[in-house]
Design a protein around this ligand. Structure first.
Ligand SMILES: Cc1cc2nc3c(=O)[nH]c(=O)nc-3n(C[C@H](O)[C@H](O)[C@H](O)COP(=O)(O)O)c2cc1C
Ligand code: SF4
Length: 416
């Protein structure tokens, strides 16, 4: 496709993911060689200058986190963790990277680890991702055999060990501090933030935690430089993004495009338009913890800042498309059911609040002539209180789909 540029998915479908030789032939591990010849400061400065922002959902500047983890102490134990839990509904990009090009992720992790001075790393993979786990494990073994992991990597005196940890099916375990608890072998309850992982992460040590797609951008940024990276995408959101498009479109799938592509281009050009020739209804951007876009947003540029200006979120890059015949109340109900199910129950506002939001909408939907005009403002008020008082970001999430649905699509809610 004309505008398609692949960075994280550069090798996807082009090389055999189980062959390290094919990865090496495609310039694989060249960025690591280059990184190991530089001082660590050169690496995190390059990532900082590239403007790369976290692809896990929050969009936090990656270089800032890296710099904090690098500078917090020298000669102390540090860790790098890759978040491959991929629990956000509608998101399936990290799986593709791990299944089709696992060495890109490993190379990105070793570069990140070297830049902050970490000696050990973990890839925390969603438990159901059997093929990802198999391919990443095989790639780790091959990387050890070829001297890209372990002691004295490529003769540099730098040592780094990497292993896989398997998630156990909790959405909340994708939240960084909960994930850290899980790797430590504890129950998946969140920790209070601050301290942030870069200060106090795994076993109390400084920890850099990044999403798979974020780390998969590292090798190309180091090889080609921050300036090159900034020529792609927009000023506020440089680079590319993998969008996972699902729902009522003709060609659902994963697509990597420069940031700044419009929602209209994604849905109608890339994903082939709405199925069965029906009109467009809505798109949920960023998964359950995301926001509802309506027809008026079709020409908004997909990037962190532009979406924020109109009250929307990019999140993980999930785009769940609904045609105009979909009952959006029922879709909202399934989102609230998801939050109710995934709430860990540690704090009252979220434990009680997620159940209450679900029950209130469910009961309303059982009645033949219900006034949604009075229901939604009440749900929003409750979700706002939850957002202010919940312990972790999960309890702060239901407000996002609820408010955006009501603000952008209230007419279709009332008419149904
Ligand atoms: C409830 C919840 C679930 C999350 N799930 C994921 C996930 O599955 N994968 C992910 O990369 N980030 C997830 N995050 C975001 C992480 O907390 C964190 O921001 C991310 O791993 C940081 O990496 P990045 O800066 O590279 O995006 C989740 C956050 C919350 C609050
Ligand atoms: S906000 Fe929800 S998920 Fe987070 S600690 Fe409280 S109950 Fe658990």
């Amino acid at each position: 496709m004309a505008k398609e540029i692949r960075i994280a998915l550069r090798n996807s479908g082009l090389i055999n993911p189980e062959s390290i030789q094919e990865y090496i032939s495609a310039d694989g591990y060249q960025a690591l060689r280059k990184a190991l010849r530089s001082e660590p400061i050169g690496i995190y400065e390059e990532i900082y200058d590239s403007g790369l922002r976290g692809r896990g959902g929050a969009g936090f500047p990656t270089g800032t986190k890296e710099k904090a983890a690098a500078l917090i102490c020298s000669n102390c134990e540090k860790f790098v963790v890759c978040n491959a839990d991929e629990g956000e509904p509608g998101t399936f990009k990290d799986r593709i990277i791990m299944e089709t090009d696992p060495h890109t992720l490993i190379e990105g992790m070793v570069i990140a680890a070297y830049s902050i001075g970490a000696s050990r790393g973990f890839i925390y993979i969603r438990g159901e991702y059997e093929l990802s786990i198999k391919r990443v494990q095989l790639a780790i073994e091959q990387a050890y055999q070829h001297g890209f992991l372990g002691e004295n990597i490529l003769g540099s005196n730098y040592n780094f060990d990497l292993e896989v940890r398997r998630g156990a099916g909790s959405y909340l375990c994708g939240e960084e501090l909960t994930l850290i608890e899980s790797i430590e072998g504890k129950r998946g309850y969140p920790r209070i933030k601050p301290p942030f992982p870069a200060e106090k992460g795994l076993w109390g040590a400084p920890t850099l935690i990044n999403n798979v797609e974020t780390l998969a951008n590292f090798p190309q940024i180091i090889l080609n430089g921050a300036k090159w990276y900034r020529t792609i995408g927009t000023e506020g959101s440089p680079g590319t993004k993998i969008f996972t498009i699902s729902g009522d479109v003709n060609k659902p799938g994963y697509y990597e495009f420069p940031m700044g592509i419009t929602l209209r281009e994604l849905i109608f050009d890339v994903a082939g338009g709405i199925r069965n020739g029906k009109p467009f209804g809505a798109a949920l951007l960023g998964g359950a913890a995301g926001t509802f876009a309506s027809e008026k947003h079709l020409d908004v540029h997909m990037g962190y800042d532009k979406l924020k200006e109109v009250g929307l979120t990019l999140g993980s890059g999930a785009v769940i498309v609904m045609d105009a015949t979909r009952d959006l109340n029922k879709i909202m109900l399934s989102i609230l059911k998801f939050f109710k199910h995934e709430s860990c129950g540690k704090c009252i506002p979220c434990r009680v609040g997620t159940s209450h939001l679900y029950q209130a909408l469910n009961e309303a939907l059982q009645q033949p002539h219900f006034s949604f005009e009075s229901l939604y403002p009440n749900l929003i008020k409750q979700a706002e209180i939850m957002a202010r008082t919940s312990l972790c970001p999960l309890g702060q999430s239901p407000i996002l789909p609820l408010r955006s649905l009501w603000e952008n699509l209230s007419e279709s809610l009332i008419m149904k």
